[in-house]
Design a protein around this ligand. Sequence first.
Ligand SMILES: [Zn+2]
Length: 380
Amino acid sequence: MIYPLRILIILGCLASCSNRQFTIIKNVNVFDGENVLENVDFVFTQNGIEGIFKESENYINAIIIDGKGKTILPPLINAHVHVRNAENLKEAQKEGIFGMLDMFNTDKRANELRLYNDSLSYAKFYSSNVGATPPGGHGTQYGVNIPTIDDVISSTQFVQDRIDQNADFIKIINEISMNRLNTLQVKELIDEAHYQSKITVAHISDLQSGIEVLNQNVDGLAHIWYRRNSISNENDLNLIQEKEAFVIPTLSVILKVIKNENQSGLNQEFLSAEELKNEVRKLNNKGICLLAGTDSPNFGMNYSLQFFEELLLLKECGLSEIEVLKSATTNIYKKFKLEYFNKLELKGKSNFLLVDGKPYLRIKDIMNKKRVWKNGIEIG
Ligand SMILES: [Zn+2]
């Protein structure tokens, strides 16, 4: 079903790859992934970015787009999702979310979704495939038959199996409310993943579980801690800083967990919304690398608008606009070593968004109308 589409796209590329049609977006603002350049001309072809100039020279037959009052942004990435089908990838790409980091899936579905990775209209799919969890651990409660780390499958074997199944990184579950891997199993997972040059990300819900995996050199946390009494102190923050670990706060999903509990009238098992945001604020003040992710489709969250909501929530935690934009772009490229993605620069791929307004000054503008180009072709 998918192959004919792929062939069409390859043929389309052969027909147009020699295309040196220039497009100039004039008087536009550019956030290149690190810095902002105001009122510049952004010149590109399908082959790549030709330059970002104070004033561009004349290109013969160039298509001119008025960029006044608009901003170009590098490809956005959602750093925590669970992709259910290819439509999810399409929904994201249309809004300028060029990549999705899937944090738990079956090997089979992950490999099916990877088949879309060269298609223009679909966001690039990266996945841990199955997360590392023991029998009765978090991830086993959904009635799907998944391999677990037990007497038969060791941690080392588990990592090898995931790599054989094309996993892009290794997800480790350390959820306090269910069965957990022991310290040695977690250590072996991280060591083997690193030996095989794979990033490791841990699911946690309380601070102590986070500290445990950080002490074993996990690369990042897939959520911020949110259970009651999970309030970080200076030593905790120093540890995260020293380890150069990243945190994907996923405020979108956790605020819904908290709200849900409040509405059900149960005892307070979690931090308050304000305490939660304050934990993110502390991480940011400490200079810890934050990555934007939503954990869609939990609570029915979508793969498009919710991501922009997450960026507004990060802003509420005290991040500057530039810090928020980095958390959605270059921070993720770097921490997950996503070679396909780069800041916007000369000879770089023509992958970017053109947004009405100035999200680098008012993050809310990220909600505005946008146009998206991928490999220099506008995605309709
Ligand atoms: Zn998740």
